[in-house]
Design a protein. Structure first.
Length: 202
């Protein structure tokens, strides 16, 4: 159920402002039919979440269509003009480089990048936020980006890593565990993916 400023709302009062087949409607339906209460301070806060989740999905499709390669951390690559590849295989933002420009470069010069799926999901989230926020706000919030895995997240990214949640929404990060993983290839122990909201995942 959706609670805005302390009052439960009927989604019929707001659902009409979104396209008939839009992902926003699907999210509203999940929120509304849930037995869990989802609290928002205002309608704008709810609209922000709906728009950000749509941008996460759109950004997932963009990264899927790009030339970014999936590789192990041992074999990761990045555009050295924007990032420093660390010994761990992560990408550290170069000093003097605007974070927004560095994130956008991944989508522009994507063939120069290769990394694991956890990093790709983090790139998706940064990519969505660079489209959502003003350039100044994005650069202030994320001035020292380190792209690697879930253990190296910027706290300002606001990603919730808890797996036990009452509902799943389009735009969520999901994890598919591989029960048949070979100990010699731990990179196949599971797959990080973005829920695209239509039964498919990136």
């Amino acid at each position: 159920m959706i609670v805005i400023a302390g009052s439960q709302i009927d989604i019929n009062s707001i659902i009409g402002q979104f396209p008939q087949t839009g992902v926003e409607r699907k999210i509203l339906e999940i929120l509304s039919s849930s037995t869990t209460e989802y609290h928002y301070d205002s309608h704008k806060q709810l609209e922000f979440e709906l728009d950000l989740r749509k941008k996460i999905i759109d950004t997932s499709y963009r990264l899927h269509r790009s030339g970014l390669q999936f590789r192990t951390f041992r074999e990761s690559i990045c555009n050295q003009n924007y990032w420093i590849r660390t010994d761990e295989g992560g990408f550290l933002l170069r000093r003097g480089v605007r974070p927004s420009a560095a994130v956008r470069d991944i989508f522009i010069n994507s063939s120069q990048y290769g990394t694991e799926c956890a990093t790709a999901i983090v790139i998706v989230y940064y990519g969505a936020l660079v489209d959502k926020y003003s350039e100044g706000l994005f650069n202030n919030l994320f001035s020292d980006i380190y792209l690697m895995d879930w253990m190296h997240l910027d706290s300002d990214l606001g990603v919730n890593l808890y797996r036990d949640v009452p509902d799943y929404f389009p735009g969520d990060c999901r994890y598919f565990k591989n029960p048949d993983v070979n100990p010699l290839t731990p990179e196949w122990q599971g797959e990080n993916a973005v829920d695209l909201g239509n039964g498919t995942y990136y």
